[in-house]
Design a protein around this ligand. Structure first.
Ligand SMILES: Nc1ncnc2c1ncn2[C@@H]1O[C@H](COP(=O)(O)OP(=O)(O)OP(=O)(O)O)[C@@H](O)[C@H]1O
Ligand SMILES: [Mg+2]
Length: 346
């Protein structure tokens, strides 16, 4: 643990200076003060015991209808970063039948075994489509590969997994659900069922991260309706920017009142600092020209991040430095930026 503390202290010096968090989640605010002290007095046990018994978790969806913009990678970095830097208890909900974050947090082999044991998004949706109750606690499994989080005293990641076999089943599940509930919109009904299912597990966590599927559809829209905040990763290519604008417009225009429930935070990902155009765009975004309210610090394009998303296999652990290399500063900076946004209410 001493090595972990020293290593992170060095990393913290590389991310922009932290100002105290004002209010909001007690755990994150408490940990922010430890961050201020450069983690010199880092003590996982004290963090654990200072927690209020039943604080409700914040729900953050990582969403963009455009595929391949880094939603799943951002979810991974954020889960690791919040658990590492803030000792946060993180629940990741893989709401994507592509199961990208499940593979990154559990490895390739685990998902089929879980599906056979009726655990995860597929079994959960099948039950719902047949009109049955969802017991979410039985779908939350321990996940992650960071050596620092192995003892799970401070900082913990659980996962509601997905399974790529669901890709072939999703149309049948929607069809079955429509058969039982003919009149109402499926996304509203599913959001209602998930919201009440989540109520039982939320006290166990500080934050729920929802990795959303690309494209439109009832599942993606239902999980957006659970969130208080939406983090929208986007690259700076022209078509990414237009998708982002369309997505923001959709949230504002939604006649079912999505805009009044959520705050949207665009995040620039896959940033190439060597590209002059991207540098100029980032400069403009940071100065607020486009009114995007984007998170100030971009995630650079780095091949080490692609490796980070490949899980080393069940029972294998690696240190945060081994996993993220020089991009560890991006992981911690992202966790800090998001914690700050959430606790300031902005
Ligand atoms: N900052 C980055 N640097 C390097 N590679 C990245 C970065 N962000 C994303 N990638 C890579 O781009 C690919 C797409 O990323 P990812 O799967 O996270 O996107 P996504 O938005 O979740 O995609 P989908 O819409 O298909 O779910 C992956 O191979 C990922 O490793
Ligand atoms: Mg994804």
């Amino acid at each position: 643990m001493a090595e972990f503390g020293e290593d992170l202290t060095k990393e913290f010096r590389r991310v922009p200076r932290v100002t105290a968090l004002k209010s909001g989640i007690p755990t994150l605010a408490r940990l922010a003060s430890l961050w201020e002290q450069g983690f010199r007095r880092w003590n996982p046990k004290s963090v654990e015991s200072d927690r209020p018994a039943a604080a409700m978790a914040v729900c953050l969806a990582i969403a963009n209808p455009k595929g391949g913009v880094g939603k799943s990678l951002t979810t991974l970095m954020l889960a690791d970063g919040l658990a590492l830097a803030y000792g946060a208890r993180v629940l990741v909900f893989d709401a994507d039948p592509q199961a990208g974050i499940t593979q990154a947090l559990l490895g390739i082999v685990a998902q089929d075994d879980l599906d056979q044991r009726q655990i995860g998004l597929g079994p959960l949706l099948r039950k719902w489509s047949q009109g049955q109750e969802i017991d979410l606690a039985s779908h939350c499994v321990p996940a992650g590969d960071l050596a620092e989080l192995r003892n799970r005293q401070a900082g913990r990641i659980d996962l509601i997994p997905s399974n790529h076999q669901l890709l072939g089943e999703i149309a049948d599940i929607e069809h079955a659900a429509r058969h039982i509930r003919r009149r109402d919109r499926l996304d509203i009904l599913l959001a209602g069922a998930l919201r009440s299912a989540f109520r039982n597990v939320l006290p166990n966590y500080d934050i729920v991260l929802i990795d959303c599927p690309a494209g439109p559809g009832p599942l993606g829209l239902a999980v957006l309706r659970l969130a208080g905040h939406i983090l929208t990763p986007t690259s700076l290519e022209a078509n990414s920017y237009s998708t982002l604008v369309g997505f923001l417009q959709f949230i504002l225009d939604d006649d079912l009142d999505l805009a009044s429930q959520v705050k949207v935070h665009p995040l620039i990902t896959q940033y190439h600092a060597s590209n002059t155009l991207q540098r100029q765009m980032l400069d403009h975004i940071q100065q607020g020209y486009y009114g995007l309210n984007a998170i100030g610090r971009p995630i650079s394009y780095a091949t080490v991040l692609q490796g980070a998303a490949s899980h080393p296999g069940a029972g294998s652990f690696r240190t945060a430095r081994e996993k993220y290399g020089n991009s560890l500063a991006d992981v911690l900076g992202l966790a800090h930026a998001v914690a700050q946004r959430i606790s300031s209410g902005g």
